[in-house]
Design a protein around this ligand. Structure first.
Ligand code: HEM
Length: 185
């Protein structure tokens, strides 16, 4: 496991990503900005009139078994591919019922019932992803999920989020905002 990376997302008038669309899926929304920046830093530079910022950190895996780790490692690709000019930042919070469950029951809901990892694997390597945890940072969300893909994969990405949102796992999600982004090639 590489050292955790602290990542700060800042919404405002400037940044490498243009905000194309922002949808409140559940719970309270966030103000809509024109642009978004992602900084791999806990003390990012100012971006002018900041509208909001969210922080998260990469971490060790919680639920993935050895075989799944190997399958993911064999096909996933990293962030920053030149053709990935589309991205999604999807901040997510899960409810107290989820956090009160023991680890093994959470794994069973995430994978044996909901097939989160199996479904996700079908979308690799077209989608590159990074999961940021923020529950322990006192942030308003538990996770900042980040995805990058090429424009021709945009429709398939919709299939992916639709498939996950009808799972048993998602009945524990009580706040979710779907922010879609693009950048120039
Ligand atoms: C692109 C395909 C995807 C793959 C391969 C994938 C894979 C995974 C894996 C392996 C984990 C477990 C990490 C661990 O063991 O701790 C995970 C967690 C998570 N994923 Fe995905 N995922 C995908 C897409 C998505 C999408 C589209 C969303 C949001 C709409 C999402 C939201 C999450 C969240 C919130 C967690 C944390 C769950 C928790 O710890 O309670 N994933 N994902």
């Amino acid at each position: 496991m590489p050292n955790p990376i602290l990542v700060t997302f800042i919404a405002g008038p400037a940044g490498q990503w243009r905000v194309d669309r922002q949808s409140n899926i559940s719970g309270d929304g966030l103000p809509v900005a024109q642009r978004l920046s992602m900084f791999e830093s806990s003390a990012p530079p100012g971006v002018g009139e900041e509208i909001w910022r969210l922080r998260g950190t990469t971490s060790n895996l919680r639920y993935t078994n050895r075989q799944e780790v190997a399958s993911l490692a064999a096909i996933q690709e990293g962030l920053g591919r030149p053709r990935s000019t589309r991205a999604a930042l999807i901040p997510i919070r899960k409810n107290e019922a989820w956090w009160n469950l023991p680890q093994n029951e959470r794994r069973a809901i995430l994978e044996e019932q909901s097939r989160h990892i199996a479904i996700g694997l079908d979308y690799l390597p077209a989608v590159a992803r990074r999961l940021h945890h923020c529950r322990d940072l006192g942030e308003p969300f538990d996770f900042l999920t980040w995805f990058e893909y090429a424009p021709e994969e945009a429709e398939r990405f919709e299939d992916l989020v639709r498939a996950l949102r009808v799972t048993a796992e998602w009945t524990y999600v009580d706040r979710e905002i779907d922010i879609r982004l693009s950048r120039d090639p």
